[in-house]
Design a protein around this ligand. Structure first.
Ligand SMILES: NC(=O)C1=CN([C@@H]2O[C@H](COP(=O)(O)OP(=O)(O)OC[C@H]3O[C@@H](n4cnc5c(N)ncnc54)[C@H](O)[C@@H]3O)[C@@H](O)[C@H]2O)C=CC1
Ligand SMILES: O=C(O)C1=N[C@H](C(=O)O)C[C@H](O)C1
Length: 237
């Protein structure tokens, strides 16, 4: 495949290496630091665009790709307030694949989190909260992964119906604590605690390799596709 990389930072460079190792061609690299803005013309002869930029850039990049009828794989987080417009364009024939986290491990962790919430739900002795740790350069908070984990809890818990980025003991609020340390790739922990004990589940990324491989596998899935896709479609979870 001929791939466009939109965003050539930590993820773009990791994805480039894996894409080349898997025999793909990088037909275009666009980064904010490039003098030229992304245009539909530049996307001619591109099979799929992989977009990892920042919360303020992602939506505009998607629209440029849709204009060129190039399917998009994006992992950029922090833009989901604009999701309804993307879903509308996908219903009209554009191809889009989004994941807050592309790693196999985290997507299995998403399912473990939902099942554990269902198991713990009847036992009011336990409260639940979450912690996420990322590198100091991360712009958004809480992480997109943490928000997906929070959704999994809120959908399966009898009293938790909102998340809050603060410490809360209210039974309807799920606390998310976001920490920024050094170069941490991404660690997410969920703790169920009672007066006498606690149960903790955790996913710890050692590097960005798992995220990048998942994004390239999603790109291989997308050519000629129309509609909105996610990791459940790729992993058949
Ligand atoms: N879904 C997933 O599995 C993962 C998602 N992410 C998300 O991906 C995004 C990027 O993460 P990193 O690569 O670590 O960030 P980064 O800051 O290292 O790279 C982002 C790059 O995008 C460029 N950029 C900014 N605006 C642009 C625009 N309008 N057009 C083209 N390029 C533009 C910047 O110059 C920078 O080089 C973040 O939102 C992060 O949360 C990161 C890792 C995994
Ligand atoms: O910014 C990052 O680095 C990451 N962002 C994603 C998120 O916001 O969940 C995925 C991963 O945790 C790394």
């Amino acid at each position: 495949m001929r791939i466009a990389l939109i965003g050539y930072g930590k993820m773009g460079k990791e994805i480039e290496q894996i894409a080349l190792d898997r025999g793909h061609e990088i037909g275009l690299i666009i980064d904010q630091h490039n003098p030229k803005d992304l245009s539909a013309d530049q996307l001619q002869n591109i099979d799929v665009a992989i977009e990892f930029t920042n919360p303020d850039s992602a939506f505009g990049n998607y629209l440029k790709c849709f204009e060129a009828n190039v399917p998009v794989v994006s992992g950029t987080t922090g833009w989901l307030d604009q999701l309804p417009e993307i879903e509308k364009q996908c219903s009209e024939g554009k191809g889009f694949f989004y994941a807050s986290n592309f790693s196999l491990g985290v997507n299995l962790f998403f399912e473990l989190n939902k099942k554990l919430t269902q198991l713990m739900a009847p036992f009011k002795e336990y409260n639940v909260d979450m912690e996420e740790i990322h590198h100091i350069h991360k712009l958004d908070s809480p992480s997109g992964t943490a928000l997906t984990l929070a959704e999994g809890i809120l959908e399966n818990h009898p009293t938790k119906d909102k998340w809050i980025e603060a410490t809360s003991m209210k039974e309807d609020e799920l606390s998310i604590l976001a920490k920024r340390h050094g170069a941490v790739p991404g660690t997410h922990s969920i703790t169920w605690h009672s007066e006498v004990d606690e149960i903790i589940i955790q996913h710890q990324a050692y590097s960005r390799k798992g995220f990048a491989l998942g994004a390239v596998l999603a790109a291989e899935f997308m050519p000629e596709k129309e509609g909105f896709y996610g990791m459940k479609d790729l992993l058949q979870l």
